[in-house]
Design a protein around this ligand. Structure first.
Ligand code: AMP
Length: 206
């Protein structure tokens, strides 16, 4: 990540980094939602940046975007090329040395971030970019794409963290939630960054 706390707010959104499951989930609604998002981003001329695999929801979103004529950029650590089945139909496919390099590259490439339903890898990637926003390492919007109320228990937990004084309400409010592709693009484009947690000369805003 090369941005600093003084980095300008986001400009136009040309590429969205998508975090999502390497599994498809038990309900077909998840894959349908991933396809909807991929198609909508392609139709809007927004490129998809993602982990490069052709499995689970990752495969669904990237294949849909690519088949709809969109740009798709995959970033995969060498060790996963066989396991996550490197997608061969992408605009670009980068092999990086490890997970850390992958996340750094995906964070640099995206103008915004969205997590679709997924497992612990998805959570890890989502929380990293969201905490980087809190620290002012980047100033890019971060969203959850909710399908069947999948993220609701986690949102409840985040509200609890605010109530208990562990998370600033203003930072909690910086997290965007969308349930349709149109809403997703709109909230990402309309977003204004929160003040960083450790703004110069100020106490943390919890
Ligand atoms: P999951 O949500 O567990 O199915 O994983 C979704 C994606 O996150 C997969 O591409 C995983 O390889 C990836 N992933 C899991 N852990 C990490 C990590 N520490 N850094 C980067 N990517 C990860």
């Amino acid at each position: 990540m090369t941005t600093t706390p003084d980095a300008p707010a986001t400009g136009p959104i040309r590429r969205i980094t998508v975090f999502t499951g390497s599994s498809a989930g038990t309900d077909p609604a998840y894959a349908r939602a991933a396809v909807d998002v991929g198609q909508a981003l392609a139709a809007r001329g927004i490129a998809v940046v993602y982990g490069g695999g052709n499995v689970g929801l990752m495969g669904a979103v990237s294949t849909a975007a690519s088949e709809a004529g969109g740009e798709v950029h995959g970033v995969m650590p060498e060790a996963l090329v066989d396991k996550e089945i490197a997608h061969t139909g992408l605009t670009t496919f980068e092999i990086v040395p490890d997970m850390h390099a992958r996340k750094m590259r995906m964070a640099d490439l995206g103008d915004a971030f969205v997590a679709l339903p997924g497992g612990i890898g998805t959570l890890e990637e989502f929380f990293e970019v969201w905490t980087w926003l809190q620290l002012g390492i980047h100033r890019k919007p971060v969203a959850l794409y909710d399908v069947r109320g999948f993220w609701r228990p986690m949102l409840t937990m985040l509200d609890r963290m605010v109530e208990e004084g562990f998370v600033a309400g203003s930072f909690r409010d910086s997290l965007l939630v969308a349930t349709t592709p149109r809403e997703l693009i709109r909230v990402l484009e309309d977003w204004a960054p929160p003040a960083p947690k450790w703004a110069e000369g100020e106490a943390p805003a919890v």
